[in-house]
Design a protein around this ligand. Structure first.
Ligand SMILES: [Mg+2]
Length: 237
């Protein structure tokens, strides 16, 4: 008896690539490279807390259509500077914005268990791809630098596909590029209930919600707290 292995699509940010840790590594590097302690910053910790709050606020504005992406890039740093009690300095804010974009994709922290889980699934013979909402160049840098590239047959970004998850077209275009039939028993794994689970299930795939510390959503095919749990799921067609 043989049961066919399911084709697997993985999300990248917050699922395999540890976005939060990597963002903080890049922020700490920025504190040093741009000598923020000599510009009135009290501590790295304070910088991270205020930047993350400012970043969340700016992204909410962006999603509401009230801020452009190019404004967001420097604005979140200008806001963090203000909240940290640093003097206004537009040029420093824009340098920080560029420094962050230049450095964050090159950080290499992975979610615990990523490599062990991928090695296990690869050794069983699973065909695997990445399907991520993000910029083409940035996402490929992350995959190449963090040692993920060898596990995947392809890395598809919303940028290159011209459509974002959970738009049904995103999954269809990725499957078409991967030469996988939509009804081939595909499984998508990711941390976003909307983009990686419900959107995928709406096109007939199964969704594994990677949701550390959260309750299982009743509509998710499966929910896991740690990546190792993937090895025990019935990842068959
Ligand atoms: Mg994600």
């Amino acid at each position: 008896m043989t049961s066919k292995l399911a084709p697997l699509f993985f999300d990248l940010d917050h699922t395999l690539w540890d976005f939060e840790t990597n963002s903080r590594l890049a922020l700490r590097r920025g504190v040093k490279d741009l000598a923020l302690l000599s510009h009135g910053l009290a501590s790295e910790q304070e910088w991270i807390v205020h930047y993350e709050a400012a970043n969340d606020w700016c992204w909410a504005q962006f999603r509401a259509g009230e801020m452009t992406k190019s404004t967001l890039r420097a604005k979140r740093f200008a806001m963090a500077m203000e909240r940290c009690g640093m003097p206004e300095n537009e040029s420093l804010a824009s340098q920080l914005g560029e420094h962050y974009l230049d450095h964050s994709p090159y950080q290499t922290a992975l979610i615990p268990g990523t490599l062990d889980m991928l090695e296990c699934l690869a050794s069983r013979g699973h065909a695997m791809w990445i399907l991520t909402n993000g910029f083409e160049e940035v996402q490929h840098i992350k995959v190449e630098n963090s040692g993920l590239a060898g596990f995947f047959r392809g890395v598809y970004t919303s940028d290159a596909l011209s459509v974002k998850k959970p738009n049904p077209e995103a999954y269809r275009r990725a499957a078409s590029l991967a030469k996988v039939e939509m009804d081939a028993g595909v499984i998508m794994i990711g941390d976003s209930l909307e983009s990686d689970v419900l959107g995928a299930q709406a096109v007939g795939w199964r969704g594994v919600h990677f949701a550390p510390g959260l309750d299982a959503h009743p509509e998710s095919w499966k929910t896991i707290e740690v990546l190792e749990q993937l090895k025990d799921l019935p990842l068959h067609v």
